[in-house]
Design a protein around this ligand. Structure first.
Ligand code: UD1
Ligand code: UDP
Length: 381
């Protein structure tokens, strides 16, 4: 069977990498990789780490690209690849424009679609925007729905989506388990990274920040920057923020936060380096989807700067809190974690509601018709 895997953004690349590796190891599957280039630099950081090679590169990326422009370029350029390759199945990931346009292009060509990370929902088309719409469209036209958790599978059941649903766990945990496994404290890589970032203050607690969501542009980012400015007045913390390459994010964050001694604004980190930073962090503040899934696996407290999440499992388990973008709320939740050690400790249980490192293997087994044991989250106290 010829399987074409397509991805274009950083999170898709991270989450598709272990799956592509597993497909390439399966003798019954013929793997074709197509990248859209929706993110150029941030994608290259990932493909290099995982040793992925692209058979096709659609080169759709433009500075300040519009959603419609990006969607149109991806739809049109992928069509030529589908005609040339005639895959039996196209695998798309998650909720990006790349994934939605690729699913539609395949649908128009009557090629089966497999949706990796199917079934996530907030129930609000505006949050995350436009990702919630992308997910619903992809799920509605996919033959295979690889749901990461029982909850995401239940969302699909409620919508009566026609595809076959399988609960696999999230492939991000496959990627993270491998990556974090190479970063044991005292290991060669750990020491090399310590030396690479000599400005990390050993006596201060690290607050690691990421933020890039469209629905947070404007008021949301104003609130996030105000909260970080206030927190930077504390003597016992260092804030590190790898700033996303989207100019709408960069311009605001640089203008509001650059030049403050306790805040280090840096370029996006390679996945290896970012996982190491997560390991060093005392608290992670983020609006990212993937980081919400990774931090609980690493036993790190996460405050999510969104009003709603499509990943409620770790919130229920008590290691993730939704704090929104109100500066006073962010500040008070961070201060509580910093000043109340038992409260912080209660967040530091390593839990893995999102996967067990076997998601890619399950997906490959399903594709080749082998029996699959669905993902069961471990019981936590
Ligand atoms: C996209 C996804 C979002 C995902 C995020 C991960 C959509 C609609 N949104 O949003 O779901 O969470 O990626 O990061 O698909 N840029 C670069 N180089 C890069 C990356 C971005 O220069 O490597 C700049 C470009 O100017 C680009 C802009 O960022 O035009 C916006 O990128 P885009 O992919 O359109 O949107 P994201 O906000 O990154
Ligand atoms: N990440 C990274 N470098 C960074 C910041 C994040 O490699 O500087 C990783 C992170 O570990 C996670 C993924 O990028 O796996 C999340 O991507 P992003 O926040 O861009 O998108 P989202 O998950 O919100 O769609």
């Amino acid at each position: 069977m010829k399987v074409l895997s397509i991805f274009g953004t950083r999170p898709e690349a991270i989450k598709m990498a272990p799956l592509v590796q597993a497909i390439e190891r399966a003798p019954a599957l013929n793997s074709i990789v197509c990248i859209t280039g929706q993110h150029r630099e941030m994608l290259d950081q990932v493909t290099t780490l995982f040793g992925l090679r692209a058979d096709h590169d659609l080169q759709v990326m433009l500075p300040n690209q519009t959603l419609n422009g990006l969607f149109g370029r991806t739809l049109e350029r992928l069509d030529a690849v589908l005609t040339a390759e005639s895959p039996d199945l196209v695998l798309v990931h998650g909720d990006t424009t790349t994934a939605c346009a690729a699913a539609m292009a395949s649908f128009h060509r009557r090629i089966a679609v497999g949706h990796v990370e199917a079934g996530l929902r907030t129930g609000d088309l505006n949050q995350p925007f436009p990702e919630e719409m992308n997910r619903r469209v992809i799920d509605g036209i996919s033959q295979w729905l690889f749901a990461p958790t029982a909850q995401s599978a239940a969302n699909l059941a409620r919508e009566n989506t026609p595809g076959q649903v399988l609960v696999t766990g999230n492939t991000v945990i496959d990627a993270l388990a491998w990556t974090s496994g190479t970063l044991a404290p005292g290991s060669e890589r750990d020491l090399a990274l310590r030396a690479k970032y000599p400005w990390l203050a050993p006596g201060k607690r690290l607050i690691l920040v990421t933020g890039h969501r469209r629905e947070n542009f404007g008021q949301g980012f104003d609130g996030i920057c105000a909260a970080l400015t206030a927190l930077a007045a504390r003597q016992d913390v260092q804030i590190v923020y790898p700033v996303h390459l989207n100019p709408k994010v960069r311009d605001t964050v640089m203008a509001r936060l650059d030049g403050r001694p306790a805040i280090r604004l840096i370029d996006p980190l390679s996945y290896l380096d970012f996982v190491w930073f997560m390991q060093q962090a005392y608290i992670i503040l983020t609006d990212s989807g993937g980081v919400q899934e990774e931090a609980p696996y690493l036993g790190k407290p996460v405050l999510v700067m969104r009003e709603v999440t499509e990943r409620p499992e770790a919130v229920r388990a008590g290691t993730v809190v939704l704090v929104g973008t109100d500066p006073a709320r962010i500040q008070s939740e961070v201060n509580r974690l910093l000043d109340d050690a038992p409260h912080h400790a209660s967040f530091c249980r390593r839990i893995n509601p999102y996967g067990d490192g076997m998601a890619s293997a399950r997906i490959v087994s399903a594709l080749i018709g082998e029996p699959v044991n669905t993902f069961q989250p471990p019981k936590h106290d």
